[in-house]
Design a protein around this ligand. Structure first.
Ligand SMILES: Cc1ncc(COP(=O)(O)O)c(C=O)c1O
Length: 376
């Protein structure tokens, strides 16, 4: 079965884990600090804060930027549910925004402008599929409207420009991401004061960590803010530092495979649209979303693809259509997001695939689309 995503793990990760165990220091030590420094440097930042998930990082970013009760936060509905959940956890209200369209399924700046009110305090821009949203346009928007800008860069580790323009940017190292620590995330904030608050909130709001107290021989600590336990451990940080060394190589391979998909699908399935195809948008090429022709039985296609040895998934059911959010906002309507999500099909994309695998997937999709009864 060709899987939609697969981590690349090997002897170096095993050795890194063994070294942590041999060191007998298993959380919040030198390896976490080293991972933070290396990840920050790889993204052109001075520093970063490692956390135990991107979800935790988004929550901390909102808290550090003082987004809370009474505030409204613009978010795309075409995202993983964590993007909106974090806004609710911060005590604020998510306001769902439509996408540009099927060729560019990123949060629409025009629709965001229409949904701004005097309560709007922030916007979360998601780099969907790893494609980096327009830096200048979003900075200009945030400045003009007086909003905080947060990049949900969960899917965009290593993409040129990712993490370079938000007041905070948050990355995910979940098992299906371009680099993984199994669970984990990283926060970048350009203002050192904001990053320092994120660091403090990550550890219960305490003024120092266990390691710092040992190193500085100061046993006491204070708590000056209400924080959480969102810490990363040394085992995950050690894996992260190893994975980071291959990130550029893996992203380059994803880019090459994506170009193969553009070609193979254009030839075999000309009525399937591939977002971002042949565009010049910077990307980490995290997933390969395809848009099926109107009136296609997607469930049937997915079953036929499975029979051909190809796993497919959907990114995403729009957040505003999920029961919990539907009950909160029954009248929310985002026509472009809904149309895209009805037809979207995610095809396998990860560095272990070959160009032949891509051709096999495109052939399987061509055959599935030609199956009797699949087109309604
Ligand atoms: C766009 C987006 N935001 C947030 C998350 C949450 O990441 P994590 O699982 O690290 O909390 C994900 C993960 O799938 C994601 O794709």
């Amino acid at each position: 079965m060709l899987l939609v995503s697969e981590p690349t793990l090997g002897e170096q990760e095993k050795a890194a884990l063994a070294a942590v165990i041999a060191s007998n220091w298993i959380t919040m030590g030198d390896r976490v600090r080293a991972f933070e420094a290396a990840f920050a440097a790889a993204h052109g930042a001075d520093d970063a804060v490692a956390v135990n998930s991107c979800t935790a990082g988004l929550h901390l970013a909102l808290a550090a930027l003082e987004i809370g009760p009474g505030d409204a936060v613009l978010v795309p509905s075409l995202s993983f549910v964590a993007t909106a959940n974090c806004v609710l956890h911060a005590g604020a209200a998510p306001v769902f925004v439509d996408i540009d369209g099927p060729g560019r399924p990123l949060i629409s700046i025009e629709d965001a402008a229409c949904r701004c009110t005097e309560r709007t305090r922030a916007v979360v821009v998601v780099h969907y599929a790893g494609a980096v949203a327009d830096r200048e346009a979003w900075r200009g928007f945030a400045v003009a409207k007086g909003l905080r800008l947060i990049e949900d860069a969960a899917q965009a580790a290593g993409a040129p420009g990712a993490g370079s323009f938000g007041d905070a940017a948050v990355f995910s190292f979940y098992g299906n991401k371009n680099m993984t620590t199994a669970e984990g995330g990283m926060v970048i904030a350009r203002d050192p004061a904001v990053l320092s608050i994120v660091r403090q909130l990550r550890g219960h709001g305490m003024t120092s960590s266990t390691r710092e107290r040992i190193d500085t021989r100061t046993p006491g600590y204070d708590v000056t803010r209400l924080g959480w336990n969102y810490r990363l451990d040394e085992l995950r940080a050690a894996i992260g530092s190893v994975q980071l060394q291959s990130l550029t190589k893996w992203n380059d391979r994803r880019a090459m495979l994506t170009r193969c998909y553009w070609e193979a699908l254009a030839e075999r399935c000309p009525d399937v649209q591939v977002p971002f195809a042949n565009g010049n948008i910077a990307s980490a090429y995290h997933i390969l979303p395809a848009v099926l022709p109107e009136m296609t039985d997607r469930d049937r296609i997915m079953a036929l693809m499975r029979d051909a040895g190809v796993q497919t998934t959907v990114h995403y059911p729009p957040i505003h259509t999920l029961s919990f959010y539907r009950e909160k906002g029954p009248s929310v309507s985002l026509p472009r997001t809904e149309a895209f999500a009805r037809r979207e099909l995610t095809l396998p994309l990860h560095p272990k695939l070959t160009e032949q695998d891509v051709v096999h997937v495109a052939d399987a999709l061509r055959r599935s689309l030609a199956w009797p009864g699949v087109r309604r």
